[in-house]
Design a binder for this molecule. Structure first.
Ligand SMILES: N[C@@H](CCC(=O)N[C@@H](CS)C(=O)NCC(=O)O)C(=O)O
Length: 313
């Protein structure tokens, strides 16, 4: 049984994420039990989930679709956890044969007590989960699956930029990616106030940062942009209302909003954004936050409006 909350609340009322359980790493040289191979691994995601969305975008950008198969869960999660059922944009799990994601977790470890989270990767050869540790997944796609990437695939994690990318990722994770969850799942006013204040201070700083730069780090698209994008694209649709992150909207930040559209207007981003899954997941999966089960129709947002950020290239 899983509760509606993705993690526990501490005694102080703060939202605390659970640690990851499956932490296998892929290797290009076979130095780990999971060598990078085409056709062996299957990525399980929810298109609603910002952590899973990163992996979906990177898989597309790098052209790994034929090497790593994809299974999309139903966006609405009940007490049985994520389900694989026929539907729009998702379907039965023809490879793993799972009806619920819990089956993959419990087949890998019958004593597993944690949450059944996406993203996770299933090894069709050994019949076990390799990892549900999302920060490793994109980095391994970028650095260990190079032999299977499309010709001309971008280097999203260039060695020279790694210290800067890692440092920015750490701050953005704490204050933005997880910051919206800390606001939404805060159990008291003080923890909510803290999370929202910190979140918007960081968005204000990023707004300045992006005034003169097209990308976050090094004048090129990197892992850092993908991690920020998956929170920004959900911001006005769910975090402003459902998580009460409402000091400002994304559309109120000219640079952040232009930056988000610049990314969205590329196929690997646009084709992996599913606002229907995003809205139905958040508004229907946390009845404590939104007991009516009514999914808002808006906002009406023009993601295709010209962004004019080429001038910063
Ligand atoms: N496993 C990670 C991140 C991934 C994550 O939170 N995934 C969510 C969806 S956005 C999930 O699968 N939740 C299922 C659950 O909590 O039962 C964590 O909780 O820190």
């Amino acid at each position: 049984m899983t509760s509606q909350f993705p993690a526990e609340t501490s005694a102080s009322g703060a939202f605390v994420r659970q640690p990851y359980t499956f932490r296998g790493r892929f290797s290009r040289d076979g130095s780990t039990p999971f060598p990078a191979e085409a056709g062996r691994y299957r990525l399980y995601v929810s298109l609603a989930c910002p952590w899973a969305h990163r992996a979906v975008i990177v898989r597309e950008l790098l052209g790994l679709q034929d090497a790593i198969s994809l299974a999309v869960v139903d966006p609405v999660r009940d007490e049985r956890g994520w389900a694989l059922r026929p539907g729009d944009g998702h379907g039965p799990d023809t490879v793993g044969g799972f009806q619920f994601l819990s089956e993959a977790y419990l087949r890998s470890d019958p004593n597993y007590q944690g949450r059944y989270t996406v993203p996770c990767i299933w090894d069709t050869q050994t019949g076990q989960l390799v990892t549900n540790n999302y920060p490793d997944i994109t980095l391994d796609f970028e650095t260990e699956f190079t032999a299977f990437q499309r010709p001309g695939a971008p280097d999203l994690y260039p060695e020279a930029l790694r210290p800067e990318i890692d440092a920015l990722n750490a701050v953005i994770y704490e204050e933005v990616n997880n910051g919206v969850y800390r606001a939404g799942f805060a159990a008291n006013q003080a923890r909510y106030d803290e999370a929202v204040t910190t979140l918007f201070a960081r968005l204000d700083a990023l707004e300045q940062h992006l005034a003169t730069r097209r990308y976050l780090v090094g004048g090129q698209l990197t892992e850092a942009d993908i991690r920020l994008f998956t929170t920004l694209v959900r911001f006005d649709a769910v975090y402003v209302g459902h998580f009460k992150c409402n000091l400002r909207r994304l559309v109120d930040y000219p640079n952040l909003w232009g930056y988000a559209r610049d990314l969205y207007q590329r196929p690997a981003f646009r084709e992996t954004v599913n606002f229907d899954h995003i809205k139905r997941h958040y508004y229907l999966t946390h009845p404590k936050l939104d007991p009516t089960g009514i999914v808002p129709l808006g906002p009406l947002t023009d993601w295709d409006a010209p962004h004019q950020r080429e001038r910063l290239a």
